[in-house]
Design a protein around this ligand. Sequence first.
Ligand code: HEM
Length: 430
Amino acid sequence: MTDQHHAPTTAGSLPDSAPDLFTWEFATDPYPAYAWLREHAPVHRTRLPSGVEAWLVTRYADAKQALADQRLSKNPAHHDEPAHAKGKTGIPGERKAELMTHLLNIDPPDHTRLRRLVSKAFTPRRIAEFAPRVQELTDELIDRFAARGSADLIHEFAFPLPIYAICDMLGVPREDQDDFRDWAGMMIRHGGGPRGGVARSVKKMRGYLAELIHKKREALPAEPAPGEDLISGLIRASDHGEHLTENEAAAMAFILLFAGFETTVNLIGNGTYALLTHPGQRARLQRSLAEGERDLLETGVEELLRYDGPVELATWRFATEPLTIGGQDIAPGDPVLVVLAAADRDPERFADPDVLDLSRRDNQHLGYGHGIHYCLGAPLARLEGQTALATLLSRLPDLRLGADPAELRWRGGLIMRGLRTLPVEFTPAV
Ligand code: HEM
């Protein structure tokens, strides 16, 4: 197997006309379609399966500009929703559920206030203190399958790790975390599908979070103890003069779970897959880890995010006034979707963008977004991604794919990119 062989690339033939974005081929390897769009229709109007028409922005420079443009609102109230799509656009927030008034659906000044508040509770120090717990969780999960010699890395590793980590950080008691895992599993499996089960899971999660916040508020000590959980930190911040309603606190806990969960599952899944299909790069990383170095691990996880990151496109934005992106006029009310996965393969920005180079240094990728909505959880995601990949490669040194890459199924759906399963084999370790 050569390093390029099974990787999603834009090598070779580009489609001759506007590609169909909702096919199985596209879900498996969207990059040729994105290369076509960047070249021929960099700001492209498309009809989504829900019936909503939206602009897709695929060039790096345009994407970066759009992500920072305050004339593009995150509030779904600005959407000029066509009658035929009313109530079924699938745009989060249009259903006005209480949990939806969160960071990714609001603009300044509310966004500024809430983001400042949560940043106080979500500090780099708190993340650093959390590193031993992430390592412990990673090892516990690997212990469960290490002696078997095979595993499905999505279900047994990439999926549980982030949910347990974020639950711990929020302060959800261990005995309740499996409920969260099940609710989150329902959301991930049926994200764009049948709404009933998802709605029930969201409702259960909302009820649970409201009660947990209430209990923690009642029992909050006067002074913060070291390692205080995030929900207590949020309550404390709101009790110190900065207004945060219980509903906002619940919406905040929900977005931390939601934004930090499927993304990290896919960082670990896509990242491991990319390493297993690029043996040269993987061997380099394994050598550097064996020598106790971390540099290549750190640049490598950034490169895995650029090369085949979890978030295919950033969340919805809506024009609040007439504007132009990449020479294309956008009307007020129009939805704009910034395709991070396309921007991060733009040859105008990245040398050899279709090549995975774990030591790439000039790598200001957009995988975590850009501007005021830049990923709040990036330090936690980096910690989890680095710990997961380094521990897997160190503990299971001959880890290999347990299926032909052509048999693997990607989730599809344009927003998130990730594998449904990732079967692996290795020499059993005790
Ligand atoms: C925002 C990516 C992990 C919490 C974002 C955005 C992106 C992103 C692209 C911006 C979306 C936009 O502008 O529309 C990722 C990736 C992750 C990851 C690739 C994993 C590899 C996490 C984690 C957490 C988190 C672990 C928290 C526990 C958030 C929050 C926002 C956000 C709260 C909204 C920030 C705001 O609107 O001000 N993330 N994320 N993310 N992310 Fe992440």
